[in-house]
Every structure is written in structure tokens, then in C-alpha cells.
Design a protein around this ligand. Sequence first.
Ligand code: GLU
Length: 481
Amino acid sequence: MPSEVRIRFAPSPTGALHVGGARTALFNWLFTRKNHGKFLLRIEDTDVKRSTRASLEQILDSLQWLGLQWDEGPFFQSERKAHYEEAIGQLLHTGNAYKCFCSPKRLNELRARAKAMSAPFIYDRMCATLSDAEVQRREAQGERCTIRFHVPLSGETIFDDVIFGPVRVENKLIGDFVIARSDGLATYNLCAVVDDNLMSISHVIRGEDHLSNTSKQILLYHALRYPVPKFVHLPLILEPDKAPLSKRHGATDVLQLREEGFLPEAVVNFLALLGWAYNGATEVFSLDELISKFSLKAVSKAAAVFDATKLLWMNGLYMRSLPQKVVIDRAKAFMAGAGYDIPQYDSKWLDGIITLEIERSKTLKELAAHLEFFLSDQLRYDETAVEKFLLREESQEIIGHVRNRLASLEQFDIKTLEQALRSLAEELNLKFGQVVHPTRVALTGSSASPGIFDVITNLGQSRVVARLDSALELIRQRRQP
Ligand code: GLU
């Protein structure tokens, strides 16, 4: 076993990078960084039909967004065919593999028979005993064949998984598996083993769904006389109701999370807790803390639960705890991506209103939505707020007074405004809140907003007066019988 820690993440570009893949990438990355190793990116694109350029780009983009930079690669399996052919040649030569001419029709029949008996499909090895002459004759006739690995008929294949412990599989249950398809292309198990060996991978860290492939791969390691790396299978990720993770409860692809306005720091922290725990109490970790505290020993084999509510909570936490300047820049970039023409706004003013809204926004998307009333004069009134605060008996009069008072001010700073509204409330014999609530709905369309004086100063006098006029108009219209 190589003493250097060399780790790979090996996605297939057949879809976007989802939460499960991202968690695998993160655990690989953290383990590498903690052990001062090398992190390799290998693209498993041998399935030509299902691999796409778009998926590849999404995967690279997702990894970069999460900050999981690789040290070597990306290596593309589609460019490494000669290595696989060489290994297959070696396996044929040593009698560890054989050519199989069974037609898809015959194999389907075998599968159907196994299914009818509720037994797993295990190839019946019909071609394992073909003579060399027979093989040559059939090839000469142009018959197509796959290549199967010769699994020993007896004994067990055993490996010690770092998380799952000893795993033993009876060889007779493995079945002679295909290592090259009839079009000549090597299959996943063969390519993974050849590459993990050539790339001197020390630890194979991947999802639990690959556990059943590992016994096959161990057999290949032995037959090819390669040193066997350590195997680490990460627990499944389930929904809170223990169903397999799906999109039912929201975004599960990394780039969708970005579109939903999540911060990569929060997503990384959240992903780290999917199977790993530090002391059971601390849940918030910076990337540096994760690197220093992460350990495979603390990864559980029990399935992890993807709790979308917790992700949202954690993102809110990061919105408030990252340096304000960082969140402001992210918010602007997010908004530009969502189609806002950022340069049209005065940048200090924009920074100011973003700062005001950070506190009550859990995501950048929510933040952008909260800024809407500052940016656009087409107010979207919240109906409940309108009913509660604008359509009350006294609201028309109060808003009328506020409008006139604010329109008459020569200065529009917080101190002057506060004095003006407080004395107005006194004159009208009202509590301050009775003046503020309808004013807030008139200015923002909603009953929740940053502090009223921050709202007023940032809108500016003319927009404030215009909005109070519009609210009065709305009240008049709605009051008409
Ligand atoms: N290409 C495989 C996948 O995306 C990776 C398996 C492995 O890590 O060996 O699931």
C-alpha cells in the first residue's frame, strides 16, 4: 500500500452532482486535506450513451462552487482505454477471464428464470469451459462476445471496510461478471480497479451503494496482483421519513442549491454532518475546523438524514455570521445572476439596504425578495397586512397625517424623522406603533421589514411621499362600496 494518502473522487457525468455525490466528494476532500494527501478527480465516462458534456460541466462547477479543489486531473476514463485493454489481456492470459458468447436473449431467459424462483441472477458459466478452438471458430465467424471474470467457485471474498467493518461474501454468490462489453468497452469494476492501481489510490471512499461492487473489485485486485487499497463506504442519505432522498422536499442538486440562494460554506457544513459528527453537540464548523476535526472513525454506518429545514437554518446562521462584506458581494452576484441590473444602483445605497435585510433572510434568494420593495415602486401588497393595517377605520387619517408631515420635512435623517413621527403620534393621541404599522405597510407592502426609519431614509423623501399617496388611493378604492 502506498504510504502517501492519495484519494480520488470518481463521478460519472450522467447527471448533475447531487447531495449524495457532493457528500462523497467532501469526505474524500476533507480526509485528503487532513492527511496532507493528494485529491484526484477522475471522470468515469465509459458509458458513452449516458455521459454528457453538460453533466461534466455541472459537476466541475459544483465542486468549484463548494471549494473542493482537486490536485490532479480531471482524468477521463474514455481516454484511458489502452490501460483497460492491457489488464483484460492479462486476465485472459492468466485464465482469470474468458469470452462469453451467450446472446442477450439467452441471458434474459436466465434472468427471468432466476426471477421466477426469487433467486439472484448468477450466470451459469456456460462459456467458461469453451475450448480455445471453439472460441477461435466462433470469433472467426464474427460472433460477438463479452469478457467475463472467472470468480472462484468456492471460498469467500473478505475485506475490512473502515466504516462497515469486515464484509464477507461467498464467492459462489458473486457470479462471473462482465469486465468488457460486446463493443469492447471495459466496464466500471474493471476500469475502477485499473485506475485506482495506476493512480496509487490509498483509500477508496464512496457511497454505501457501491458495497456490493467491492467484493468483485477485490477479486480483480488479487487476479491482477495489485496491492489492495483501504475501502471506506459512506452511509446512505435518506429523507426524514426514511425514504430514499428525492426532490420532493426541495433542491438536492448542488447547483439547484446555489440557485436557491444557499451559501457554499453552509452547504459544506451541512454536508459534513451527513454521516459524520464531532462530539454530538457542536454542529457549526468552518472549513478549517472541519479539516482538523474530521475523522473517518467518527463516520457512522447508520443512514444519514437530509433535513432540508436544518439546511435552511444553517444557511441563515451563515448569512449572519460570515463577514458582511462577503455576504453583500455574494448577494450582488446572486442578484446579477438572477437578472438584476446591479450597476444601475448606487453601490453604497445597495450595500446599505442589503445589510439591513441580511438579518432576516435565510438565503440569498430570500434576501433578494426582501429587497424588492426598495428596488421597485411596483409594490406587491400582502393582503393580510392590507386588511389588518390599511383598511382599518383610522388608517386613512393616520397615513394622511404621516404623508403631510414627512412631505414637509426639510431634512430626512433618522433623528429628524423619529422626532417628527413621535410628535405626530402624541398630537394624534396615538401610540407610536399605531402610526408605524400602517406606515410600514404603505411603504413596503408588508407588515415585516427592517426598522421603519431605515426604510424611510433609504427610500428617500419623494418615493416615501409617493407611496403614502398610493396607499391612500388604494384605501379609497377599497373603501368604495
Ligand atoms: N462512477 C462511480 C459513481 O459515480 C464511482 C464509483 C467509485 O467511486 O468507485 O458512482
